[in-house]
Write a new protein. Structure first.
Length: 253
């Protein structure tokens, strides 16, 4: 690492470590930031702990991403890594059947018509991972600027739900390959217990093109169509862009 790069990394780490929410919102548009802060104050309640236990509460968090010091992570899954915390409105809800869309842990589902989304295309919060926000147009990102990295995704799943991965799948992940929809995985996630999906390669899909990724069999995720069309028809697509824009402002300050 060059001296210049090292200095930038150190500077980024220092800013993210020392800033408080109040410091960070001053970097944002006042109206947007005030809304986020009011929501955080109002919703930080006893609901927080049980939802943290699920691993996905849909709570956006700005923090340092160790793999890319210039990025920020947007989700409670990385809150322990330190940094700056900003929670979005409607962040808390109950994970389960009959969930209130406004409080859904998957952000892009909050304004969607989920009745239009088949079960096989519906993201499971248990295997939903918050991907770091790197920056719009950056290499290795999706169109909104969220990290697109299967190794990052599967490392998170290995930590969150190792019991869902067979020995063979764990070996694949450790070697840098994608796991498959094998018997062990299907036992934990029966929505993929469909014969034509047996032993299909599992890939990480950015739900609604946003910052939360979920594992799906590759046959459901062709280059075009498949889960993409299903999400668009249900009004899921593009609903995370407002948060990507806020994080882009943060990175550009």
């Amino acid at each position: 690492m060059s001296n210049e790069a090292g200095q930038l990394t150190k500077q980024t780490d220092t800013v993210l470590r020392n800033n408080t929410v109040d410091n960070v919102i001053s970097l944002m548009d006042h109206k947007e930031a005030k809304y986020l802060k009011q929501s955080q104050d109002a919703q930080y309640s006893t609901l927080d702990q049980p939802l943290r236990a699920t691993g996905t509460d849909g709570m956006p968090t700005m923090s340092k991403h160790s793999g890319n010091p210039g990025s920020v992570t947007y989700g409670s899954g990385r809150i322990e890594s330190g940094g700056v915390e900003v929670r979005a409105p409607g962040s808390f809800g109950v994970v389960g059947k009959g969930i209130d869309n406004a409080n859904h842990p998957i952000r892009t589902y909050r304004n969607a018509d989920l009745k239009k989304l088949e079960e096989k295309y519906t993201a499971d919060p248990r295997i939903t991972v918050e991907m770091p926000y790197v920056g719009k147009g950056k290499a290795g990102t999706n169109s909104e600027g969220w990290l697109r990295d299967k190794d990052f995704y599967w490392k998170e799943i290995m930590n969150k739900h190792p019991e869902s991965l067979s020995k063979a799948n764990k070996q694949k992940i450790q070697l840098g390959f994608s796991p498959i929809n094998d018997k062990t995985f299907r036992e934990h996630f029966p929505q993929y217990d469909i014969k034509e999906l047996y032993n299909d390669k599992l890939i990480h899909h950015h739900v609604g093109g946003g910052g939360q990724a979920v594992a799906v069999p590759s046959k459901l995720h062709p280059g075009t169509g498949g889960i993409h069309n299903a999400e668009k028809a249900a009004g899921v697509w593009g609903n995370d862009s407002e948060y990507a824009e806020l994080l882009e402002k943060f990175l550009n300050k």
